[in-house]
Design a binder for this molecule. Structure first.
Ligand SMILES: Nc1ncnc2c1ncn2[C@@H]1O[C@H](COP(=O)(O)OP(=O)(O)OP(=O)(O)O)[C@@H](O)[C@H]1O
Ligand SMILES: [Mg+2]
Length: 368
């Protein structure tokens, strides 16, 4: 069993808190993505699993074993970094075999594992080349291969695709996903790219400022973000946010500002702060064209229209605020057009303006 469990784990570098009371359980065989902006503590968390960083407080378990004081080489993990760090004077074959030789693995065993890894990663024809004779994508595959031949209980990957160009990144992303489906080894994958997180993760742990914000499946984070940070970070283009004020009572509460007027969606009844001020969130892809300036719409003037082929990304000036909408390109919207955008009530998110916490009863799996 190779579960990985953070139990109230802290990491401090002097006064800097890099990881703040992390509680996270990664299941056996799971592909878990750690995602968040630069400096939020992703690499530090990964390095604590690897044993490359001491744990300031709390306990870290791999399987049932507390590993706080277990040296890296005894943890049965393999790590893939952003920089491939291949040995330049060795062939691909020797790069793949090197770690196993150090561990005094029998020769026949090494050959077999190197062959298997090379086949899995389509490296068979490159085994006699040196790293400088490979493309960036091929080098990263060798780095992956070097981790695979170790047959570890846990793979740790720190932004392994960030040195690759956009097309190779998409290919290698699929390759890593395929490898995981085949090997089913517990994997912790770090990225700051939410698209990578959404496409690769079975579950995603979103971090910000050293704290875990939410952990869940890609869909649960998209549908039920626990707070404004997760709502804005997951999904592209980002969710729109507007300050609105509630007025009225009972089932006729209305949320409005100068650009928008919508009925309070049923699930939020009785959940608003006393001030009546809330932050309304709506994703660009959920706004739709509407004919009339009816209730339930957002009004504004089209500012910039970005044509994307099948759809258009429209920046709308709504009472001085920039709102983004993704609309089918058949509407042929031009800059300056006055728009009424329909706000579907079932897609509305509401957040507390002070804490940023979601007011939805469905907001799931908050950290902690
Ligand atoms: N050795 C160190 N000494 C002091 N502070 C450090 C050290 N390593 C990391 N930090 C700090 O800890 C915090 C978390 O760093 P970490 O490298 O884990 O971030 P990250 O989420 O991986 O960011 P990035 O996406 O930029 O790689 C940052 O504020 C960083 O400056
Ligand atoms: Mg990092």
């Amino acid at each position: 069993m190779a579960t990985v469990t953070f139990d109230h784990v802290w990491k401090k570098f002097g006064d800097v808190v890099a990881v703040n009371d992390l509680n996270l359980e990664i299941q056996d065989g799971e592909f878990m993505v750690l995602v968040g902006p630069s400096g939020c503590g992703k690499t530090t968390s990964l390095r604590m699993i690897a044993g490359l960083e001491e744990i300031s407080d709390g306990s870290l378990r791999i399987g049932d074993r507390v590993v706080n004081n277990v040296p890296p080489k005894d943890r049965d993990i393999a790590m893939v970094f952003q920089s491939y760090a291949l040995y330049p004077h060795m062939t691909v074959r020797d790069n793949l075999a090197f770690g196993l030789k150090l561990r005094k693995t029998p020769k026949a065993d090494i050959d077999k594992r190197v062959q298997e890894a090379a086949a899995m990663l389509s490296l068979e024809n490159l085994l006699n080349r040196k790293p400088r004779e490979l493309s960036g994508g091929q080098r990263q595959r060798v780095a992956l291969g070097r981790a695979i031949v170790r047959e570890p209980a846990v793979f740790l990957m720190d932004e392994p695709l960030s040195n690759l160009d956009a097309k190779l990144r998409v290919q290698t992303r699929a390759e890593i996903a395929r490898l995981h489906q085949r090997l089913k080894v517990t994997t912790v994958y770090v990225t700051h790219d939410q698209v990578e997180a959404m496409t690769m993760g079975q579950r995603i742990a979103v971090m910000s400022e050293a704290r875990l914000q939410q952990v869940g499946t890609p869909q649960s984070l998209y549908d039920h973000p626990a707070n404004r940070f997760v709502a804005g970070f997951i999904g592209s283009p980002s969710m729109n946010f507007m300050n609105v004020t509630a007025s009225g009572t009972g089932d006729s509460v209305v949320l409005r500002n100068d650009a928008i007027e919508v009925t309070l969606p049923e699930p939020f009844r009785g959940r608003l702060p006393a001030s009546g001020n809330v932050v309304l969130g709506i994703r660009p892809e959920h706004l739709a064209m509407s004919g009339a300036s009816a209730a339930g719409t957002l009004k504004g003037g089209a500012d910039v229209v970005e044509y994307l082929g099948n759809e258009e990304l429209i920046h709308v000036n709504a009472a001085g605020q920039d709102i983004v909408a993704v609309i089918g390109s058949e509407h042929r919207i031009r800059p300056g057009d006055q728009l009424n955008l329909q706000v579907p009530l079932e897609k509305v998110h509401l957040f507390d303006p002070e804490s940023g916490v979601s007011l939805s009863p469905m907001a799931g799996q908050a950290a902690g």
